[in-house]
Design a protein around this ligand. Structure first.
Ligand code: ZN
Ligand code: ZN
Length: 626
């Protein structure tokens, strides 16, 4: 008797082709010969020559193509073996691995009372194929029909919740975890922790971690890496230190995350210490670790150390090359960046879209318009879809054209784009309108931006800058009112500075630092000194800054100014003061830092959102083009 399973039409249509295509392979299958000869097979249909073992090996050998799996399904149904749960399970996992979730779901829906294992397989399949909404809805159905979730169900359901950034759903699942007594299961708890960290509930993530009965390397690594990926580099580094203190030895996964946190925050000293650990523990033969070291040195302003490391690396891949090319670009060294790109091509390493982003920004930082255009054409001509220009490359080209003064060309370039331009692309043009004080185009672009993304404050700020520069204060006030009315949120500006192995983060007008009064004294003295050699605060930006960018801050207490004053007190010469700012440095601060480097005779290295600025003897490496 055939099992109570409806034959899906897709499966039937394959049936005729099936015998021709699959039968020979079954005949050659050793397990088939063996069981047939000795009569030990147990097919549920006496007429079927197929055995469970034969199917198993078929499934294993055909896991690369979806249509083959469908043929096997048809064969299973007609042979009567589909009642074997293990075979159906195997088929289901093979389908999910191939990403054929539609057929997998069809197969699942035909099953009679599937057990939790099969539910888990389906949920996992959806998560692995980035179909998180479907995963959580299957979980709801599973709960609805009364199937008890087990320790293998929750990790994937929680992954689905964090993929869609759904804290409420995550909290509901957390309640179920507690209800089923699984909140101390190490894997479930780690996944809960990661879910909270990913959706930004850091306190809950920390609490779960602190109250974990056994904090092993996996749990530490998971949390450190998620903190770095979600932009909480400071927390990631704090955890890294905590891990070492707790006597857990970091492995290559840990050091990659920790180095990436240092790169994000620009913490060279901490990065160097981790690098020493890497060498001591012989982790420097690992390509991923070496790429992370390279990235750390390049992003912390030690481009020459990065180059030495790059030259010595036993193995390099496209990431290594792209990191160096992008690193030189950030440093404004377009010659070295472009030279390295040609070396890469000579070495036969295929560039990807990340490599080209470095190449285009190298051109952008020094205004190499023709060169940039020719590299861009190279990308378009490429047959490799991994090289085809994406939105960020278009934004880079608009920036290159616009900042070099070709505003109309930049506008036409956007208009001719084959993909829909986003806020990044239009934002690049608005930035150029600010530099070249083009009010008419600036207004037009702002209107487009306000419609595209009313919640992003920086564009409103840019437009008000254009008006301020032209002395149109009524318009400045209008933009401000519009922002208030729409409840526009600002990106909070901050600057980080490292001293004596610790990272200190300052916001504009910050008075929370223990050394605050000292910092403000030094700052006041500094302003007095630079004023005597010609410093005049840049009023045009001051006006918007006072009201908007850093709310409580006045121009004289922008975060980078506070960080520099702190650095002057705490970083001893001849070491340079290294500042990392999350936004672009404003005109006034740029002048301030130049003059500070002169009166204090200190070297100040600053990484802003776009590039490095090396201040020395009153001038900057960007030659005021940034
Ligand atoms: Zn500033
Ligand atoms: Zn500069």
């Amino acid at each position: 008797m055939l099992p109570k399973v409806k034959i899906p039409t897709t499966a039937v249509s394959f049936y005729s082709a099936l015998h021709l295509k699959l039968f020979p392979s079954i005949l050659h299958c050793s397990s088939f010969h063996h069981t047939h000869k000795h009569g030990t097979s147990t097919p549920s249909s006496p007429s079927s020559p197929f055995t469970k073992q034969a199917f198993t090996s078929l499934l294993q050998s055909s896991s690369s193509q979806s249509h083959q799996l469908k043929q096997i399904h048809a064969l299973l149904l007609t042979s009567g073996l589909s009642i074997k749960n293990s075979l159906i399970t195997q088929l289901l996992s093979s389908l999910t691995l191939l990403g054929d979730m539609t057929y997998a779901r069809l197969l699942f829906d035909e099953m009679h009372k599937p057990r939790s294992f099969l539910w888990n397989t389906l949920i996992k399949g959806y998560v692995k194929n980035d179909l998180s909404i479907e995963a959580t809805s299957v979980y709801q159905i599973m709960r609805g029909v009364g199937v008890r979730p087990d320790p293998f169900t929750f990790p994937f359901v929680l992954k689905a919740c964090s993929q869609v950034d759904d804290l409420c759903a995550g909290q509901e699942v957390h309640a179920h975890v507690i209800k089923f007594g699984l909140d101390f299961d190490a894997i479930v708890r780690t996944e809960l922790m990661l879910m909270y960290a990913k959706v930004g509930e850091l306190c809950s993530a920390d609490y779960l971690f602190e109250t974990m009965s056994e904090r092993d390397l996996v749990a530490w690594n998971a949390l450190i890496s998620v903190y770095v990926q979600t932009g909480n580099a400071g927390k990631a580094l704090g955890m890294f230190h905590g891990m070492v203190l707790a006597g857990i030895k970091p492995d290559s996964v840990t050091v990659v995350s920790a180095l990436s946190a240092c790169a994000n925050l620009g913490c060279l000293e901490t990065g160097k210490q981790i690098d020493q650990f890497v060498i001591k523990e012989n982790l420097n033969s690992n390509l991923f670790v070496n790429n992370a070291r390279l990235d750390m040195y390049a992003k912390c302003g030690s481009i020459e150390t990065a180059r030495c490391l790059f030259d010595k690396m036993p193995q390099r891949n496209v990431i290594s090359w792209s990191t160096m090319i992008g690193g030189y670009a950030m440093n404004g060294d377009s010659d070295k960046s472009l030279h390295l790109f040609s070396l890469m091509q000579n070495a036969g390493v295929q560039p990807n879209h990340v490599t080209y982003l470095g190449v285009l920004s190298a051109c952008g930082h020094v205004g190499l318009v023709r060169e940039g255009q020719s590299y861009f054409k190279e990308m378009i001509k490429s047959n490799d879809c991994n090289v085809q220009p994406r939105l960020e490359h278009y934004a880079c080209m608009v920036d290159l054209l616009g900042r070099s003064g070709h505003l109309d060309e930049a506008y036409n370039f956007i208009k001719s784009m084959p993909i829909e331009p986003d806020v990044g692309v239009w934002g690049a043009l608005l930035g150029s309108c600010t530099i070249h004080k083009n009010i008419k185009l600036g207004q037009h672009v702002s209107d487009i931006l306000f419609n595209l993304s009313p919640e992003i404050s920086s564009y409103h700020v840019l437009l008000s800058n254009i008006y301020a520069a032209a002395g149109r204060w009524v318009d400045v006030e209008n933009v401000r009112r519009k922002m208030r009315k729409k409840g526009v949120k600002k990106v909070v500006a901050y600057s980080a500075v490292e001293a004596n192995g610790e990272v200190h983060v300052f916001h504009g007008g910050d008075r929370t630092h223990p050394l605050s009064s000292n910092i403000y004294e030094v700052l006041a003295e500094l302003i007095k000194q630079i004023t005597s050699i010609g410093y005049v605060p840049n009023i045009t930006e001051a006006l918007h800054d006072v009201q908007m960018e850093e709310k409580e801050a006045t121009l004289s207490t922008h975060s980078e100014k506070l960080a520099i004053a702190f650095g002057l007190i705490n970083v001893r010469p001849p070491f340079p003061i290294r500042i990392m700012k999350n936004l672009r440095i404003c005109n006034d601060c740029h002048t301030f830092v130049k003059l500070t480097s002169k009166v204090t005779n200190r070297e100040i290295i600053m990484r802003d959102k776009n590039r490095f600025h090396y201040f020395k003897d009153g001038s900057c490496s960007c030659k005021d083009f940034w």
